[in-house]
Ligand binder design. Structure first.
Ligand code: NI
Length: 170
């Protein structure tokens, strides 16, 4: 396995539209292992998309821990994911490994239905809601060349610089 370099905004490659996977094979599984290792090496990574590490294929990994009001499916590899149903709209705060210095408020569907292939090439269908649904919508956006910066509710009021720890003076 290997850690991969994460492309950071404003790298123009992040705007590229990624290609569908034709075959789920060992080469893809090896790439998935590297992508996952890279995700887990980052701070608080609950999701990553292949184009963030320079592979322009439709592969996403999410691993959203369940929260009080929001169940989740745990670790999932989503190959060629497609959202087929959207329901409800909620505003929530997002961050991104490719936009390390900012977070922002974005409107997403509250519930989604999606299908995807898993890492064995089997068709899986999911119903997701809450933060997990948000994470998947965020990651699928990467496959289409969008960042959360493109979807801010308001560019002026909904973009926040991350607090960076600084030692107090003296
Ligand atoms: Ni992201």
């Amino acid at each position: 396995m290997a850690l991969l370099e994460i492309l950071a905004y404003p790298d123009p490659r992040l705007k590229q539209v990624s290609e569908p996977i034709a075959a789920v094979d060992n080469a893809l599984r090896a790439l998935i292992a590297d992508i996952e290792e890279t995700m887990r090496a980052g701070p608080g990574g609950v999701g990553i998309a292949a184009p963030q590490v320079g592979h322009f294929v439709r592969v996403v990994i999410v691993d959203v821990p369940p929260r009080k009001k929001s169940s989740s499916h745990g670790r999932q590899v989503l190959v060629n994911p497609e959202i087929t149903e959207w329901d409800g709209m909620v505003i929530g705060r997002e961050g991104c490994m490719s936009v390390p210095d900012y977070t922002g408020n974005v409107i997403r569907a509250e519930r989604i239905t999606l299908h995807a292939l898993d890492e064995q090439g089997l068709v899986r269908e999911f119903e997701m809601h809450g933060f997990e649904a948000r994470a998947v919508q965020h990651e699928i956006d990467h496959l289409d060349g969008f960042l959360f910066l493109d979807r801010l509710v308001s560019r002026r009021n909904d973009l926040f610089r991350r607090k960076i720890y600084q030692a107090p003076p003296g």
